[in-house]
Design a protein around this ligand. Structure first.
Ligand code: ADP
Ligand code: MG
Length: 412
């Protein structure tokens, strides 16, 4: 019995290991299909090699991959597993086919209900949650079995004991591995992003500083020239255009300059009330033009030291993106909420705009990534860089067509 148990454990490890080695890069869309396929294979292997107890009862671990996929993927992803499970079961046939079908249907309907909440939990709670659900699912199965059997002898209780402990322990271990892989991937992404920001900010600081002086000088002389009486209106037009373009260049450079190291004269120790209100008022006209209603709430007493200009620029960039996302939808609501939680300042910026796909989210904050015609793709880069400097993190939750929420967590 111990050997079959180990074998089953190996089956369950198999998709975890394969994914870890070959499909770690989440941005590919075939990843999800591959995971479902691997889980299906695992499930079939588990059904084919059930664990036989000495007294003749058998049980297997088919519901472990099933529950994991249901929790992480919801109805859409677990449906293929549900179909495969029942096709296999009908193929095998026998007396238990109909109860098994009803049972799996109940599991299929109930467990994905928790999927959305489950995904919002932190790593430890997810492990606990999956283990408890696995325990309950198996408990439910055993209760049904006891009703079919009628008599509850010692053998039944031995089966109960074995089945429950195996499910709980195996589920716990597999979830531990999965969560560890997820954390590792997240950490690696964070390190990559912060490396990228370091390079960009060093380069930007030096380049933009050097370019600013010639720009100011040129624009000054052009303005003088513009005032001259001897130039024709056509020439005046050329000068106006040049000035406009110079202004644009200046704007891009000042966006760049804010990537630079925090400047000591801008450093403040405060709770962000002044900055968030100032920037909100600044973008109100822009919001009104695009029929966007702005809701603002502030509830934070924690203080933090930061570069005032950079935080303001960062907030403006995020507000602007939110408004721009709602522009083509003919308006919407921008909800800005600043609060505190466990010694962290939480800034949440929510819009009801066009939203983003997973792939688009993963490209956020890369230099020059923009989907807008006039976009620079520097806004998010600046936001990430600023938040990175105050040791905070930005989390993005977005649904295509529905809207986006940025949640910034800044430790104090
Ligand atoms: P830009 O705004 O100049 O395009 P950003 O760096 O500010 O550059 O944003 C990069 C891209 O990220 C945008 O072009 C847009 O596609 C996407 N994006 C950013 N914020 C949002 C949002 N709130 N909703 C939808 N898409 C967004
Ligand atoms: Mg922008």
């Amino acid at each position: 019995m111990f050997e079959t148990l180990l074998l089953n454990f190996l089956f369950l490890l198999f998709p975890v290991v394969i994914v870890l080695i070959f499909f770690e890069n989440r941005t590919h869309s075939y990843n999800r299909k591959m995971l479902i396929l691997l889980s299906a294979v695992t499930m079939i292997l588990c059904i084919a090699k059930p664990i036989k107890l000495e007294m003749g009862f058998i049980f297997d671990l088919r519901y472990i991959p099933f529950i994991i996929v249901a929790l992480f993927g919801g109805y859409k992803n677990v449906l293929p597993l549900y179909l495969i499970l029942n096709i296999c079961r009908f193929y095998v046939g026998g007396g238990g086919t109909i109860p098994s079908f009803l049972y799996s249907t109940a599991v299929f309907i109930l467990i994905p209900l928790f999927s959305k909440k489950f995904l919002k939990l932190d790593s430890k709670s997810r492990i606990l949650c999956a283990t408890v659900i696995s325990f309950l699912t198996m408990g439910f199965y055993l209760i049904i079995l006891s009703m079919i059997l009628g008599t509850l002898d010692r053998q039944f209780w031995t089966l109960t004991f074995h089945a429950l402990t195996t499910h709980v322990v195996v589920m716990g271990i597999i979830m531990l591995l999965i969560e560890k892989i997820i954390t590792n991937i997240k950490n690696r992404d964070r390190i990559l992003q912060s490396e990228r920001l370091n390079v960009v900010s060093e380069l930007a600081a030096s380049v933009s500083h050097e370019i600013r002086n010639p720009l100011t000088v040129t624009s000054g002389f052009l303005q003088l020239l513009n005032k001259s009486n001897t130039i024709t209106p056509v020439e005046k037009g050329y000068i106006e255009l040049s000035l406009q373009e110079l202004n644009r260049a200046e704007k891009i450079v000042s966006d760049y300059l804010s990537f630079a190291k925090p400047q000591s004269e801008n450093m403040v120790y405060s709770n962000m009330k002044a900055e968030s209100e100032y920037t909100k008022n600044l973008i109100l006209p822009y919001a009104t033009i695009h029929q966007v209603e702005v809701q603002f709430s502030f509830n934070n007493s924690l203080n933090k030291s930061y570069d005032r200009n950079q935080i303001q620029q960062c907030l403006i960039n995020l507000y602007k993106n939110g408004i721009e996302a709602m522009k083509d939808k003919g308006g919407g609501t921008l909800i800005i909420d600043i609060s505190e939680r466990k010694q962290n300042i939480i800034i949440s910026i929510q819009d009801t705009g066009i939203g983003m796909t997973k792939e688009e989210i993963s490209r956020l904050g890369k230099p020059y990534y923009s989907t807008k015609e006039e976009g620079t793709g520097l806004g998010m880069l600046m936001a990430y860089s600023t938040i990175n400097k105050v040791k905070g993190i930005i989390e993005v939750d977005s649904e295509k067509g529905k809207g986006t929420t940025f949640v910034i967590t800044i430790p104090t």
